[in-house]
Design a protein around this ligand. Structure first.
Ligand SMILES: [Zn+2]
Length: 172
């Protein structure tokens, strides 16, 4: 079976899927407003929830996509995940420093960072929670790890005034 980067549109049922998971398309206005609503409500508990939600949604989708692919090496799985992330408009992530033990990743043109700054200006702390979760999900899928073994957090963020967004993925 071939590997498709593009989502699959089912015009009969009016749904679009990627890796067997349904997609919903939103602009940065919607996404950063939703994120801000969750952060305002949950305060310090919000980052953990947002990263976990991003990880689970991404892990499920990427697992489904790898079921369609001739998987190959873990590095190829990670690169396909990065290409998928970029194709969906979330930014270009460099995953070459990620491995079975985790590692560092950098993100250029982050959808959430650019969206946040354009809507509300700088924020006091990193804000690309979905990207952090996506990277954790990608590492879990690439190395066939139980999701609870992988954590990810953003250590630098354009939305917080840093030059780039960067992430630390850890495997326990
Ligand atoms: Zn960021």
């Amino acid at each position: 079976m071939s590997f498709h980067l593009a989502p699959q549109a089912d015009l009969e049922r009016g749904i679009t899927t990627l890796g067997g998971r349904r997609l919903v398309f939103h602009c940065h206005h919607y996404n950063v407003f939703l994120q801000r609503t969750i952060e305002d409500a949950l305060q310090e508990r919000a980052p953990r929830l947002l990263v976990a939600a991003g990880m689970e949604a991404s892990r499920s989708m990427l697992q489904g996509r790898e079921g369609e692919a001739q998987s190959g090496s873990a590095a190829r799985v990670l690169q396909r995940a990065a290409d998928t992330f970029a194709a969906q408009g979330f930014g270009r992530v460099d995953v070459r420093q990620l491995g079975e033990g985790g590692g560092q990743a950098t993100l250029d043109h982050s959808h959430y960072a650019v969206g946040w700054v354009s809507r509300w200006g700088k924020r006091p702390a990193p804000g690309c929670f979905f990207a952090a979760g996506f990277l954790a999900g990608a590492v879990a899928v690439a190395y066939r790890l139980a999701p609870e073994r992988v954590t990810s957090r953003e250590v630098e963020c354009v939305a917080a005034g840093d030059e780039r967004c960067s992430f630390r993925v850890e495997v326990w």
